[in-house]
Design a protein around this ligand. Structure first.
Ligand SMILES: *Cc1c(COP(=O)(O)O)cnc(C)c1O
Ligand SMILES: [Zn+2]
Length: 440
């Protein structure tokens, strides 16, 4: 029922778009069309997201610079220290680096030897730390690409349905790029997410409901005259938005000396990030930028919102929606749009999807902080916790090269660890008092 509604809207906007794109050619660099993930039908580049024939999701199709891999590698390496170094592989105009943007990306790939020792990893363990992005989550990557699409399609307002991080990323990017913003969140998010999403001056609307309610509301708004001129980065601009996650794959491989890691552990909310990292790896192989070798992709969820993990374990290829109840609010999507594709990828690559409970999320946030000095948000607790569990279950090989994603900053989810952290002692400012505290 819901899919049908979305598809109807997609058809309407495809028609509306056909009239505008005839007069205004869209320059999104190497992107040539949108293609349906299910039936392969192609559509002109526009603000549409579902196939009008089969309702399948659309993704960006390219004419990629195949042929001279060495030249492309040199061009990338000479580019800016942000995602625009990969502009030839993204749906953005060639001069994108000169436009007002938060210029996210090229975050640290941390060799996590202390964590490796704790987890019994004998191979190389890395944490890709995306808390280093401008608004402290991986969402700056996807928003930066969606902003270019919004510019190309003439939108004036940027919007989104968000589990928290996306709202902040859209607010900040809109402020810098000169759009109005109005973003929607579940009303009961962490204070850090709410403050961050409103400080950039756009409108922030709390919805009485969970993320899936917020998303349903946004889909309605797109079909209504009230939403005219609005680019919803993760709804009507979703095909472009998704491509931003490919840059995680590109960066990880480049930072490993143009090598694909053996295993990756990736958090799942809607599943977009995981599926696009896989797409990015396949592109690097096709372009000859990395050696073609097998890799395993593991998905990570919180037990209190684990629809994909549950489907994986049950051997299903459809995902049954859940009502989320977890401290990992950034991953709390009960009805993940890309769930079935995540299942395909985990199975095809020989990976798995696993989940951990909230207690393990907190313990894993602390483990990462204590071993590597990285303070992750709850989503990072999920990936580290799942990595530990997968090793214990014999599903992740501790002797290989593994990259674990931390996609957000612990300062935005202080509530998660606040009850189990704090001052070791409160003393008077003299030595006797310190001696009495027994900390010397
Ligand atoms: C949004 C988000 C993700 C992943 O989202 P997908 O919808 O699966 O692409 C992961 N971590 C954090 C911190 C996020 O905010
Ligand atoms: Zn189709």
């Amino acid at each position: 029922m819901r899919r049908k509604g979305l598809a109807t809207m997609a058809v309407q906007s495809a028609e509306a778009d056909a009239s505008t794109t005839n007069s205004l050619p869209v320059d999104l660099g190497p992107a040539t069309a949108l293609s349906c993930r299910e039936c392969g039908e192609r559509f002109e580049l526009g603000p549409i997201f579902a196939c009008s024939s089969c309702f399948g999701p659309l993704e960006v199709a390219y004419e990629l610079p195949l042929g001279d891999a060495e030249r492309l590698r040199k061009q990338i390496e000479a580019g800016p220290d942000n995602i625009w170094r990969y502009a030839p592989l993204l749906p953005v105009p060639a001069d994108v680096a000169s436009k007002p943007s938060l210029n996210p990306g090229f975050t640290k790939l941390v060799k996590a030897d202390n964590l490796a020792r704790e987890l019994g990893v004998t191979g190389a363990l890395y944490v890709k730390d995306d808390s280093g992005n401008p608004t402290h989550s991986f969402k700056d990557r996807v928003v930066a690409i969606a902003v270019e699409a919004a510019r190309a399609f003439g939108f004036t307002t940027l919007s989104c349905s968000s589990t928290g991080n996306l709202a902040g990323a859209v607010g900040a990017a809109a402020a810098r790029a000169g759009f109005r913003s109005c973003v929607f969140i579940p009303h009961d998010l962490e204070q850090g997410k709410v403050v961050m999403a409103s400080v950039y001056g756009g409108d922030l609307v709390g919805i009485e409901g969970n993320y899936d309610d917020v998303n349903r509301f946004c889909s309605e708004l797109i079909g209504d005259p009230l939403g005219e001129g609005w680019g919803f980065v993760n709804v009507n601009l979703r095909p472009y938005y998704g491509e931003g996650s490919k840059t995680l794959a590109y960066e990880i491989c480049e930072q490993l000396g143009w090598r694909i890691p053996d295993q990756l552990v990736i958090p799942i909310a809607s599943g977009s990030q995981l599926t696009k990292i896989d797409k990015g790896l396949k592109e690097l192989i096709a372009l000859g930028l990395v050696e073609d070798k097998p890799y395993k992709i593991f998905g990570a969820q919180a037990e209190g919102c684990s629809p994909v993990s549950a489907a994986f374990k049950a051997g299903h290829d459809v995902v049954r929606p859940q009502k989320p109840n977890t401290i990992a609010k950034s991953l709390a999507i009960g009805n993940p749009a890309d769930g079935p594709y995540v299942l395909d990828i985990a199975r095809r690559t020989g990976g798995a999807v696993e989940d951990v409970d909230d207690e393990q999320v907190v313990a894993s946030i602390k483990l990462l902080a204590e071993t590597e000095g990285i303070f992750a948000e709850t989503a990072g607790g999920v990936t580290v916790g799942v990595t530990k569990k997968l090793i214990e279950a014999g599903l992740l090989d501790p002797s290989l090269t593994t990259v674990v994603l931390n996609t957000g900053d612990g300062l935005k989810t202080l509530e998660a660890v606040a009850p189990t952290t704090g001052q070791s002692a409160v003393i008077r400012p003299n030595l006797d008092s310190f001696r009495e505290a027994g900390l010397a």
